[in-house]
Design a protein around this ligand. Sequence first.
Ligand code: SF4
Ligand code: SF4
Length: 370
Amino acid sequence: MKKLGFGLMRLPQLDPNDNTAIDLETVKGMADRFMEAGFTYFDTAAPYHRGNSEIAFREAVAKRYPRDAYTITDKLTLFMIQRKEDFPAFFAAQLERLGVEYMDYYWLHALGESTYRQAEEWGAFDFLQQRKAEGKVKHIGFSFHDKAALLEEILTRHPEMEYVQLQLNYLDWEDATVESRKCYEAATRHGKPVIVMEPIKGGTLVNVPEEVKALFTDYAPERSIASWAIRFAASLPNVMMVLSGMSDEAQMADNIGYMKHLEPMKEEELAILEKARQIIQGKIAIPCTACRYCVDDCPRKIAIPDYFSIYNNLKQFGPKQGIVAYTYYGNLTQSHGKASECIKCGKCESHCPQHLSIRAYLETVAAELE
Ligand code: SF4
Ligand code: SF4
């Protein structure tokens, strides 16, 4: 299988302020380009576009292609489920939204310290195995956002898990919180192929500082900035698939261009990436990946990742970004709570796979932008 997966997490929208309003005609066109180029792997989950990502998959792929032409991955998202008795209904609703009789891959979603303990308590691993025994899913695994020591523990206790989906990119490779390298090595030791998520870290590795752009374009002017990040992940031998959350036709065309016949990274390119990593590391204020898991439960409807993105741009690009940042912030606060309106309930932090101190960061954002 070719190593590029279509992540259906950041699909094109008809209304930028409504992430349920997916531009289905554009998604159909993107899915067609993807399939024509020989790629088959699609990844979704119930929280993406509030369930509408799964429906978009049904309309763009399941209804328009034979079942053996594609592979689809979906996930059991514990933070959307109130009690273990609801697992069967949650799963059945996913099959219906996807428009399929079975899933190729089914993951426990975003395991970390607390979600893993809950998964054990609720028998979620058994639930996956039962669905596999019934033929309702072909393969099982989990996506993971925590330290390598916990990954070791899970893989040791659950050898029945066949795959691991990891946050892996050149910026997080040696990061003390994400531990991409250590997690990759743990999965490899246990003989589990890795599916990569966040290869461009929610866009951070596309919107890189000018010095980094110059490093890349001096070496290979024809290559996109994103290609450096995606090829880094795809060049690792135990990586089975790299998910790219493509949002428009141009990103799709770019990704297909270099992933159709993957050219593994050379040593000299890895040395350039190391220089790039050092520069970017020094400039990121808030390491948010814009996954948006935090937003739905916020009682004040605060646009957390959008505010963090505005703040990061301001810090990264300096005062020239100032007017743009204040304008964007002002517009967003017309329809969302301001950063200063956070009541510190902490609901958002319990969903954050990056373990960010969201409440503290919102105070910083408010001090800068209000
Ligand atoms: S802590 Fe603040 S931002 Fe987080 S969910 Fe509560 S009100 Fe929203
Ligand atoms: S703050 Fe955390 S949960 Fe929210 S979008 Fe950023 S990384 Fe995701």
